[in-house]
Unconditional design. Structure first.
Length: 689
């Protein structure tokens, strides 16, 4: 799918290209949005005057040699010579040009009061986002944590159809939201907003407001092209330090594939040196033509880091919006499903029978759940992707004089699209057409705003291991996706409690040589007697092991972070904890161990385990775990113990809602629940609660 839905305006871009900073350092202006409380005819007249002045400035350099796009009559030799003499006299009489700093944008025309604040016509499209969050308690997955509030920024954009009125902000700004309100500049009213789509991977969320009053007199922002190095940009939003709108300026310092810390994925990103602070998340970043060239979303913190902010560029924004338009929801970014290494060593290339001049990267592993598994193999040399040759360092041509990681080509595709790859296998080239997909991961990096799964058997709590779980259990620390460093990526929402925690985490991270990445989760835990089963994933590991979880979590769980699933649907099911109960006597110290088999059958995922337990007719329930730990429960005693644990700990159900809906069975059995004095709830009824 192309980018035709959101087309960047090229007219102002063309008119301003090649001009010096002085005549074109104010932003190209669309008609200014109408302000609340002012008369519409008067506003339209002011807007027309402002637009006329801007057009005169942008065309001024072209006036001497004819209008842009039109042919001008060539003057005679005498007239040309006279004109040249006049220009030389004017240049001699004119004062020498003065250098301009980037922060002098707003003083472009001192003789015109309307031009002092060149961004003002766009301010009304920038909103403040107030969100109430209620995150899951990964260690007690049937509960939620205490709610907290945050503030961030967002802005208004137009959809492809008339009547499509949208707001863009960051996904982490509305994670696990229970209420979202937005407020326009100069307005005293907050409006309820609802979520249309959330892209955790690309850290974007699409909102709308149903109240018509919110949209009166506002004009959506227009997207611009991908900026270039040293282009001037302005970040607009509502950061900490005040309640009114804020503008900071800087330049583009780097454009490359970068890690999106919220979604644990590498996508195209823009690094700028403008100040981006907490609360700037989701705010627009403007170029010098008044177009939105990206969304502020994260910054880099550390003892030796200053003014390093990151922007989601418009190609990634377009991908997110076009995905939503085409599918009605966000399907995500595809992956080729391989792990690879560079082939810069001549000896390595010779070992894989590469001829002189041949280039590519070595495929180390292929995800068995990916579409590429049908075509690609380990030890293949990936030479090109969709007609673009891949260098031995894994880069492809980007723009003039620039190169970029070849994953950029993959991220430009949509899930389900085909791509042609060329590989070298045993010295012979082979070509394959692969339908790109989103392959499974063994330990999901995030839950995509879902609640964690659990299953309770007596006092044994089974759940799914993930990074938030490990953070909850062992403390907060980033996972290294490559080489460790002394910086950590921080999100830009404003939450007072989070600031204190973030400061402590940053100090600990710097001391422990933390890393620049973060992972999340997509799962929920079941329960048998007092044993709570869940699925291991990174949020789970985070929840279990807290701030130092990378050093404190069991090594076998940490190993799963880099492993691929052996088959579709595979999860890391762990015993989260064992709640005290007569049926679980002697197992109270068992925690955070992966469940390998149940009664001799390998456990694929949490749903598979729950199915086997609820259908079991054998006298004993045997769970074999890692580290040679074994839990054996009496089946009837475990069923009765499950009902008792639910009552004692005020747990609403022995399994999470997703498992209730999938299994449609009663656990614990009605007889066991009645014996424990616990009211039996049919699975279908419990699922609705």
């Amino acid at each position: 799918m192309g980018m035709s839905v959101w087309r960047t305006a090229q007219s102002l871009h063309t008119n301003c290209r090649g001009l010096q900073p002085t005549p074109c350092n104010t932003l190209g202006r669309k008609p200014a949005p109408a302000l609340h409380g002012s008369s519409q005819p008067q506003q339209q007249q002011q807007q027309q005057q402002q637009r006329s002045r801007h057009q005169q400035r942008c065309r001024a350099p072209a006036a001497a040699g004819g209008e842009v796009g039109k042919s001008a009559k060539r003057p005679g030799k005498g007239a040309a010579k006279q004109q040249q003499q006049q220009q030389q006299q004017q240049q001699q009489a004119a004062p020498p040009p003065q250098s301009r700093a980037v922060d002098d944008w707003e003083h472009d025309m001192d003789d015109d009061e309307d031009e002092d604040n060149f961004l003002a016509p766009y301010f009304d499209a920038v909103v403040k986002v107030h969100c109430v969050h209620t995150e899951p308690n990964y260690s007690l997955p049937w509960q939620r944590k205490r709610q907290f509030t945050s503030t961030s920024s967002g802005f208004i954009v137009a959809g492809p159809k008339p009547g499509d009125r949208w707001l863009l902000t960051n996904a982490h700004s509305v994670d696990y939201h229970t209420q979202i309100k937005v407020k326009r500049r100069g307005d005293d009213q907050k409006f309820l907003a609802r979520v249309l789509a959330i892209g955790v991977e690309c850290d974007m969320a699409l909102l709308t407001v149903d109240d018509e009053a919110f949209w009166q007199g506002v004009q959506p922002l227009e997207f611009g092209p991908l900026p270039r190095l040293q282009d001037s940009v302005a970040v607009v939003g509502y950061p900490i330090g005040g309640d009114t709108i804020s503008v900071t300026v800087g330049v583009v310092s780097r454009i490359e594939v970068t890690e999106y810390s919220h979604g644990a994925i590498d996508l195209l990103g823009v690094q700028i040196d403008a100040a981006i602070n907490g609360g700037n998340s989701g705010g627009p970043v403007f170029n010098k033509r008044g177009q939105c060239c990206g969304i502020a979303f994260q910054g880099l913190s550390g003892s030796d880091v200053e003014n390093v902010g990151y922007v989601i560029p418009t190609p990634v924004v377009h991908h997110f919006l076009n995905d939503y338009v085409a599918n009605g929801h966000f399907t995500g970014f595809p992956s080729l499903g391989i792990q690879w290494q560079r082939m810069e060593s001549a000896a390595l290339r010779q070992a894989y029978k590469m001829a002189p001049g041949q280039k590519g990267v070595l495929i180390r592993r292929v995800n068995p759940t990916s579409a590429a598994a049908q075509h690609l193999r380990a030890d293949d040399v990936l030479m090109s992707f969709d007609g673009q040759d891949i260098a031995c360092d894994g880069t492809v041509p980007f723009r003039t004089g620039e190169r970029i990681a070849f994953s950029y080509l993959i991220s430009n595709k949509f899930v389900g699209e085909a791509a042609r790859v060329v590989v070298l296998r045993d010295g012979k080239q082979q070509t394959f057409d692969i339908n790109l997909s989103r392959p499974g991961v063994l330990m999901p990096p995030h839950l995509s705003n879902k609640a964690p799964s659990y299953f309770l058997v007596s006092g044994v709590v089974f759940t799914v291991a993930c990074e938030p779980y490990l953070e909850s259990e062992y403390g907060r620390q980033r996972v290294a996706s490559s080489a460790p460093c002394e910086q950590s990526c921080v999100f830009l929402c404003t939450d007072p409690a989070a600031h204190v925690a973030a400061a402590a985490a940053a100090a600990a991270a710097a001391a422990a040589a933390a890393t620049c990445s973060m992972w999340y989760l997509e799962c929920l835990p079941p329960q048998v007697s007092g044993v709570v089963f869940t699925v291991a994933c990174e949020p789970y590991l985070e929840s279990e092991y807290g701030g130092e979880w990378v050093g404190e979590a069991p090594i076998k769980l940490l190993d799963k972070l880099s492993e691929m699933p052996g088959q579709a649907g595979e999860e890391v099911v762990v015993v989260g904890q064992v709640l005290a109960d007569e049926a679980t006597l002697g197992y109270e110290d068992v925690s955070n161990m992966r469940v390998l088999t149940f009664n001799g059958t390998p456990v694929l995922n949490l749903q598979h385990l729950a199915e086997m337990v609820t259908a079991c007719q054998e006298p004993h329930l045997r769970f074999d775990c890692e580290y040679y730990e074994t839990i054996v429960l009496d089946r009837q005693q475990a069923a009765a113990g499950t009902a008792g644990v639910l009552k004692t700990h005020s747990i609403p159900a022995a399994m999470s809602q997703d498992l209730q809906q999938a299994l449609q069975v009663q656990w614990p059995p009605a007889a066991a629940a009645a014996a424990a004095g616990q009211e039996a709830v049919p699975a279908a009824t419990a699922a609705k609660r």
